[in-house]
Design a protein around this ligand. Structure first.
Ligand SMILES: [Zn+2]
Length: 251
């Protein structure tokens, strides 16, 4: 079988010819306990010398997880990852049936709690569960201590409000609509290729690092294989850099 990642490497070669650098980062969501899946994922990241940004759920954080974490890789995954959507709405923690005061209270509760349990040096980056947050809450985030925001899809602007840098994720290896299966490797490589080409064509879009999104709870040998192949194609390419979560957010 022809290597489906060949075209990704060829695209990065083109970045190199154009003296450009493709930026990447990796976000993994829903960390709460020291599971085997999480350990496997962290071991894989270490193998490639990549620091994963781990979205940790403050109110569900088991102390057993703490020794496994470097606070400078931890992002704040909302408060309790509870769904407060109204009927018919897509899932969300920060919106739906919650009053604005309750939303702000949970946002503040999340950052205060995780700093207390884990470490005050946790990255002040909010990853709202299900990648959703009521837009009017954004203006309050810097006051609550947040300096970064991460959701899904290309960001509209780098700084949605003053003092808050947004760096999203763009490539999800899971097919949520079909039993949380792994997307076909060819599909993942094709998606990555398209996203790289788009960034190369629209230069201002390349300023946002391209975010790989994983969920370690659904880790499997097949998923690991896709991530391995992606890292093999990009990690040591001279036209690619893999940010740490801290560097992706300039922290
Ligand atoms: Zn989540």
């Amino acid at each position: 079988m022809r290597d489906v990642w060949h075209s990704v490497r060829a695209e990065l070669d083109q970045w190199q010819r154009e003296r450009r650098v493709a930026q990447f980062w990796w976000r993994d969501d829903d960390a709460a306990d020291a599971s085997d899946e999480l350990k496997k994922m962290l071991a894989l990241a270490r193998r490639f010398d990549v620091t994963v940004g781990l979205s940790v759920i403050p109110a569900k954080l088991n102390p057993r997880l703490v020794p496994l974490l470097d606070p400078r890789q931890v992002l704040i995954h909302g408060f309790a990852h509870e769904n407060h959507a109204r009927e018919g709405q897509a899932k969300r923690e920060f919106g739906g049936t919650r009053s604005f005061d309750e939303i702000l209270g949970d946002l503040e509760g999340g950052i205060v709690l995780i700093r207390k349990i884990l470490d005050p040096r946790v990255l002040p980056v909010l990853v709202p569960p299900w990648n959703r947050i009521v837009p009017s809450a954004l203006a309050h985030l810097p006051r609550l201590g947040f300096r970064g925001l991460s959701t899904w899809k290309p960001r509209a602007v780098a700084r949605p409000v003053r003092g808050l840098l947004q760096v999203n994720t763009h490539l999800d290896i899971i097919d949520w609509r079909h039993g949380r299966a792994i997307k076909d490797e060819r599909l993942v490589a094709g998606l990555l290729l398209r996203k790289l080409r788009w960034r190369r064509a629209l230069k201002q879009r390349a300023s946002e690092p391209l975010g790989l999104l994983t969920h370690h709870a659904y880790w499997s040998p097949a998923k690991e294989q896709v991530v391995v192949r992606m890292l093999e194609a990009t990690r040591n390419h001279p036209a690619a850099i893999w940010h740490t979560p801290a560097s992706a957010f300039g922290l």
